[in-house]
Design a protein around this ligand. Structure first.
Ligand code: ATP
Ligand code: MG
Length: 336
């Protein structure tokens, strides 16, 4: 049986841009799917197709048990959406915005008022509740928009980059709200560029790039694909980097990555703390001064990089190490 959000072969083209190039999704009821991808990957387009705002060129989508293309109105009644760009009424106050949404969903006036008070409190907007939304900061609008999406709790929710532009405290707080929502049975599709966020919230992750799903699995499964833990060393002297790289290669189970400007070397290993101690002894024995050393699990960043870091474009004759360096460069470019 298909899940609460189901898509098969979704295609959407804008001129010669294939925003979606055959996307399949299946989100079991009561779970969170993290749709992860760089700018322009097709995340918003997927959300818009699934929430009836955009008609795909081809493919099939079923949300909350209803065919999206055949019965868009019925789908709209069953889903909640918080878009990438906050859709609040600038000329209403925060409180009025929330009450209006409640009334649109046929809540009684008193219930809508009470719900607005709860949400204003939950999203730290009580002090600004009676100011018009046009006086709100970007982060406040974002929070008001999210609160509006939560006035009623539909069985299926879509959140397009819900935490972009939120400060760390508000992000943490929203994570809490999302967890609470999902524990109440809501199915959620969330897009994000924050790998940490998908790691934190999503049961399953789909990595999209150029309109295609290029990997899927749990955060742990995706991490396992990039190998086990890594030893990361920052050496004190730049001159020692080559020797240190040689030492790491001796212990490594994969390519050693060298980051010149930070004097950081990374190598995948197996053997845990015991091996770490051996690496330290060996480096010490060779008189290499260390600023920092540690064992770390691969982050989703590593996963993302190894999947989308343009490694696939590297020609046969290039070594994996060159590919890795290239990948890191690409990441830095995109981080600019
Ligand atoms: N209405 C549109 N008209 C033309 N091109 C569009 C339109 N909407 C999206 N695109 C193109 O489709 C591709 C996917 O865009 P989309 O907004 O889905 O990406 P995204 O993954 O949400 O990116 P971001 O992380 O920047 O929000 C991009 O190349 C974009 O330029
Ligand atoms: Mg987007």
């Amino acid at each position: 049986m298909p899940g609460a959000i189901y898509a098969e072969g979704l295609v959407k083209t804008f001129g010669d841009v294939k925003a979606l190039d055959g996307v399949d999704l299946d989100v079991p009821e009561g779970t969170v799917l993290g749709l992860l991808g760089p700018n322009g990957a097709g995340k918003t387009t997927a959300v818009r197709c699934l929430t009836t705002l955009l008609r795909p060129d081809s493919g099939k989508a079923v949300v909350a048990g209803v065919d999206v293309l055949k019965h868009p109105d019925a789908v709209r009644r069953r889903v909640g959406l918080s878009g990438q760009f906050a859709a609040v009424d600038e000329y209403l106050t925060g409180r009025e915005n929330l009450q209006m949404v409640g009334r649109l969903y046929q809540m009684r006036a008193k219930a809508a008022k009470e719900r607005a008070v709860e949400l204003l409190d939950q999203f730290h907007l009580t002090d600004a509740a009676d100011r018009t939304a046009k006086t709100y900061s970007g982060g406040m609008r974002r929070r008001l928009d999210l609160a509006a999406a939560l006035v009623v709790s539909p069985p299926v929710m879509f959140m397009d980059e819900p935490t972009t532009g939120l400060d760390p405290r508000n992000r943490q707080q929203l994570w809490g709200v999302i967890k609470q929502l999902v524990s109440g049975g809501t199915t959620l599709l969330l897009t994000t560029q924050y790998l940490e966020e998908a790691d934190h919230l999503a049961h399953d992750i789909c990595v999209v790039d150029q309109g295609r799903v290029i990997a899927r699995g749990t955060a742990d499964e995706l991490k396992a694909r990039t190998g086990g833990e890594r030893v990361e060393v920052v050496v004190h002297e730049r001159e020692h980097m080559a020797t240190a790289a040689g030492v790491l290669r001796g212990f490594g189970k994969g390519e050693t990555t060298v980051e010149e400007h930070t004097r950081k070397l990374t190598v995948p290993v197996t053997g845990g703390a015991k091996l770490l101690a051996e690496v330290i002894r060996e480096l010490d024995g060779r008189g290499i001064e260390i600023d920092d050393i540690g064992l770390r699990r691969p982050t989703l960043d590593d996963v993302f990089l190894s999947l989308t870091g343009h490694v696939a474009e590297v020609k046969e004759e290039e070594s994996d190490e060159a590919a890795d360096v290239k990948g890191r460069k690409a990441k830095k470019e995109s981080a600019k």
